[in-house]
Design a protein around this ligand. Structure first.
Ligand code: FE2
Length: 307
């Protein structure tokens, strides 16, 4: 008999949802195995002292405000009860990959697509794809902060702008090229801030606010302590042209001064879109597939028809 469980890449419930084309799903809490629960307990217990040492204070406040349990996987409905009154955000369970436009548009509507599976207990440090520890323990505590939440909403608005800007080009091939470049720039910006961002704290200390770092026992320490990591003050023209690789610790990270600073930078990113400055960013990762780009363009068409 196949054991149920909600282990990353091995969860029959998720496979079934995907085969039916279901994107938004419920969190079938009863399916978590004892091993799954133990994986959460171990991850949380290992990370907590490192959060206290390295995380941005807003993150730690968020962990408290959400009353994240240390001894069991959180129920999203419980998390949302605390989260929604603070910033209007909610964690919304999904079956897996979300195309970029839909992802950003969810953020605009203050919904955060959230994975509900958890990594295999035997490989706690290996993450083949996001899991609930990355999404709920790594991302969601930041969503309790108003300014940070506003930054996420601005991503969604910028995605709309991207679609509108690219659709002004009549030639289809050129249109696809432009949207491909803009989405690449947006994905890089998201990666180097929301996923792997650092902040300069009091007395010049480095504080971690990126969820990829906050959910990694090894990398949260490495990114602050290792002399091999380049920590560079936020520089938008560099970020949008910088490729990244996902399967190893990041050798290059960008530091912002505050979430106000981050908010202003995404405003600049949007301005650059309108000016055409993002139409020719440097090639390389991430690669966005053509279907996803067409969806980005189609989003604008749908909007136009509606209005
Ligand atoms: Fe993430």
């Amino acid at each position: 008999m196949v054991r149920a469980g909600l282990t990353t890449t091995k969860a029959p419930f998720i496979e079934e949802a995907k085969s039916k084309g279901e994107v938004y799903i419920r969190q079938p809490y009863e399916l978590y195995s004892e091993e799954n629960q133990e994986a959460w307990r171990l991850l949380y217990a290992r990370l907590l002292p490192r959060w206290e040492k390295y995380a941005n204070p807003k993150f730690l406040e968020g962990v408290t405000k959400l009353a994240l349990p240390s001894d069991r996987i959180p129920r999203l409905e419980d998390v949302n009860k605390f989260l929604a009154p603070l910033t209007g955000f909610e964690a919304k369970a999904v079956s897996g990959y979300i195309p970029p436009y839909i992802f950003f548009d969810c953020l605009r509507n203050r919904a955060f697509p959230t994975t509900i599976t958890i990594r295999d207990i035997n490989t706690l440090d290996y993450l083949p794809e996001p899991d609930i520890f990355h999404d709920v323990a790594g991302h969601v505590p930041m969503h309790t902060d108003r300014r940070f939440a506003d930054v996420l909403v601005r991503f969604g608005e910028a995605a709309r702008t991207a679609s509108q800007v690219a659709n002004e080009t009549k030639d289809e091939k050129n249109r696809l090229r432009i949207i491909g470049n803009i989405v690449k720039a947006m994905a890089r910006f998201f990666w180097f801030t929301i996923e792997f961002g650092l902040m300069r704290g009091k007395n010049g200390a480095t504080q971690v606010y990126g969820s990829g770092l906050l959910s990694s026992y090894g990398e949260i320490e490495y990114c602050v302590e290792s002399p091999e990591v380049q920590r560079v003050p936020m520089q938008l023209d560099w970020v949008v042209n910088q490729y990244f690789e996902i399967h190893h610790y990041q050798p290059l990270l960008f530091t912002v001064d505050s979430f106000d600073h981050l908010f202003d930078e995404i405003g600049r990113l949007e301005e650059w879109m309108k000016e055409g400055k993002l139409n020719n960013v440097s090639p390389g990762e991430p690669n966005i597939n053509e279907q996803d780009l067409k969806e980005f363009l189609g989003a604008d068409v749908v909007e136009t028809v509606r209005t």
